[in-house]
Design a protein around this ligand. Structure first.
Ligand code: AMP
Ligand code: ZN
Length: 138
């Protein structure tokens, strides 16, 4: 299933050209048009799912396996010093294109992103910690 208004459906389906670095029946991996660093790539499933919540488990698993393979390949070829795998869900989490995608971001010493891709550390009280723990434990 694809969404006719979705740019990543058009890209993953080949309707809009992209710098494709990998393709199989289920995924297309492209270079990000506005990269955080040299080699920033996006894993796109060819089917339209807005986010991780909509993705079938099997396909989400395959996306992660592909991310692992590509992370190794990219590190070998680009000789990067690290690599972030990022996946945003929802506007509040920074998602801007609502077709599931995983970012593969090669990291280099002094690549200018040291202050980004990170978050503040909260100091939670014991009570708050216990509260969230009780909500989340399965
Ligand atoms: P997110 O903020 O997680 O939704 O990420 C969306 C990413 O898609 C951003 O890094 C954009 O630079 C990238 N992007 C948007 N449009 C295109 C496009 N036409 N081709 C390649 N990358 C794109
Ligand atoms: Zn789509």
């Amino acid at each position: 299933m694809t969404d006719t208004n979705c740019i990543f459906c058009k890209i993953s389906g080949g309707e809009i050209p992209s710098k494709t670095i990998y393709e199989d029946d289920e995924f297309r991996v492209i270079l990000d048009i506005s990269p955080a660093t040299k080699g920033h790539a996006l894993i796109l499933p060819k089917e339209h799912y807005a986010n991780i919540f909509e993705m079938p488990e099997q396909l989400a698993g395959k996306a992660m396996i592909l991310a692992k393979k590509l992370a190794k390949h990219m590190t070998n070829v680009l000789k990067c010093d690290g690599l972030n795998i990022v996946q945003n869900n929802g506007e509040m989490a920074g998602q801007t294109v609502f077709h599931f995608h995983m970012h593969l971001i090669p990291r280099y010493k002094q690549d200018g992103n040291e202050e980004k891709l990170c978050w503040n550390h909260l100091e939670l009280s014991q009570e708050e910690l216990d509260d969230v723990f009780e909500k989340l434990r399965q």
